[in-house]
Structures are given as structure tokens and as C-alpha cells.
Design a protein around this ligand. Structure first.
Ligand SMILES: [Zn+2]
Length: 78
């Protein structure tokens, strides 16, 4: 279902968590958190409010760092 807010929506919480982490791998300023939408019932990312605790998880932080490095290397090859 398409959301009236026009934002990307994620069907499940695990999906939106993955998207939250990925936004930090791709951009220096990633999304901060996610929420369940009143309009569509699915999840959206947001850059407002408090930072989600999964982003402070050491394992998640390490993964972000590692994947950013991999991305840099791929960029150099191209
Ligand atoms: Zn929505």
C-alpha cells in the first residue's frame, strides 16, 4: 500500500531496522529513527527525534564502519 505521506514504507520492523542501518552506511547523516505510521500502518524512517538505540549497538556500529570501507574500495576500483 502506498502511503499518503509519500515516504518509503517498510512492511515489518526488522525491515525498517535494516533500512535505518543502511541509511547510515550510505550517508554521513542517516536517518535517526523509525516509527509506525498512522496513515498506512507500515514503518517509515525519520530524521527527527531521538536516535534509535540499535544505532548505538557496538555490533551495528562495527558493521556500518566495515560496510562503509567496502563501499569506499568499490568506489576506487570504478
Ligand atoms: Zn505511512
Amino acid at each position: 500500500m502506498r502511503c499518503p505521506t509519500g515516504k518509503n514504507s517498510y512492511y515489518s520492523e526488522s525491515e525498517v531496522q535494516e533500512a535505518l542501518i543502511r541509511s547510515h552506511i550510505r550517508f554521513l547523516q542517516g536517518a535517526k529513527n523509525y516509527y509506525q505510521c498512522h496513515d498506512c500502518g507500515e514503518y517509515h524512517l525519520t530524521s527527527q527525534g531521538e536516535i534509535n538505540s540499535i544505532l548505538n549497538d557496538p555490533e551495528v556500529k562495527q558493521r556500518i564502519k566495515r560496510e562503509q570501507q567496502e563501499q569506499e574500495w568499490t568506489g576506487r576500483i570504478r
